[in-house]
Design a protein around this ligand. Structure first.
Ligand code: BTN
Length: 317
């Protein structure tokens, strides 16, 4: 497709002037056609400067784009991008229901109209101010996996990926899957699975990652302090790719739990008194550690216990 070819040329020559004639020759189409495609690219969020006698200069994009993400990825990945979608996790479940995916796939959107988080909460996902992304990881029939550890590992990968564009920001992790900056939640992770009902074995894991890059004006009904990373201008295609690269680096050996040391360093809970809502009720105590399986170790004054899942509802009360 000519649009994709032109975009590839622009990406290869980012920030360079390319004349209309040169582009028309390379793509074997007319200059008017080049101009029409450029108008179309601009309408979908690409920033292209034009100047008489110089031609066109590609500056980047405010929107997600497959080629722009791929350009920064260390290994090839299948990627689908959307300007708007209900939820990337919902879409992932839909396509898994229709066909058997063999390869890991990334779904990413500029806006979600029905983004959701843990416990059915809404995840506010306005246009162009965040990263709303789902990784689909197909699971082989005899593969051993651990959804809990994978979520914990993803939290470390997200922080490491964000650190590349935001080296001065002090990211913290709140067990299990929340990322905080200045005591406000700026990102969350939701891992789900799609089952093969006949085999009673998951077909795939779906890891949804939502990040508020510079989102403002959150709805009033948020039940915890939420915020965004900051006003600094970043290339969100690169940030998404950086996160995926970090994920790919940790994923092959995540079951050995070596990443937990990094998780500990990033945790905002170690040494703090917390109240945790678990399926067995409310418990409180002091967080002393996280074990090799990502379980939170809580000391209630008498004994230590390892907690697998739950929600920290109060810190330092
Ligand atoms: C949480 O904080 O409880 C998890 C939030 C997860 C939000 C992401 S955004 C991309 C993906 N699509 C969704 O609808 N949810 C996840």
């Amino acid at each position: 497709m000519k649009k994709e070819q032109l975009l590839s040329l622009f990406i290869e020559h980012k920030n360079e002037w390319l004349s209309g004639n040169e582009l028309a020759d390379k793509l074997s189409i007319s200059r008017t056609m080049i101009w029409k495609i450029i108008r179309n690219l601009k309408a979908s969020g690409h920033q292209i400067e034009s100047k008489k006698n110089s031609g066109y200069k590609y500056l980047g994009s405010n929107s997600f784009n497959r080629l722009l993400i791929q350009k920064h990825l260390n290994v090839p990945f299948e990627i689908e991008t959307f300007n708007e979608i209900d939820s990337t996790n919902t879409y992932a479940k839909k396509i898994l229901g229709q066909s058997k995916l063999k390869n890991p796939t990334i779904i990413v959107a500029d806006k979600q109209t029905a983004g959701y988080g843990r416990r059915g909460r809404d995840f506010y996902s306005p246009k162009d101010t965040g990263i709303y992304m789902t990784l689909i990881l197909p699971i082989k029939d005899n593969e051993i996996f651990d959804g809990g550890m994978l979520t914990t590992m993803t939290a470390v990968a997200v922080v490491n990926g964000l650190k590349i564009s935001y080296p001065d920001v002090d990211f913290k992790l709140k067990w299990v899957n929340d990322i905080y900056v200045n005591n406000k939640k700026v990102a969350g992770i939701l891992t789900e699975s799609v089952m093969n009902v006949e085999l009673m074995h998951p077909l795939a894991l779906i890891i949804g990652i939502g990040i508020n890059l510079n989102t403002k004006d959150f709805p009033d009904n948020m039940d915890r302090p939420v915020g965004s990373i900051g006003d600094q201008k970043v290339d969100k295609n690169k940030v998404a790719a950086d996160i995926i690269n970090e994920f790919i680096q940790l994923y092959p050996n995540y079951l050995d739990g070596k990443f937990i040391e990094e998780y500990r360093q990033l945790s905002m809970l170690i040494g703090k008194k917390v109240k945790i809502q678990t399926h067995r009720g409310l418990i409180s105590g002091k967080v002393t550690d996280f074990d090799q399986h990502g379980r939170l170790i809580l000391f209630d004054g008498n004994k230590h216990q390892a907690i697998m899942t739950g929600e920290v509802i109060k810190v330092n009360f």
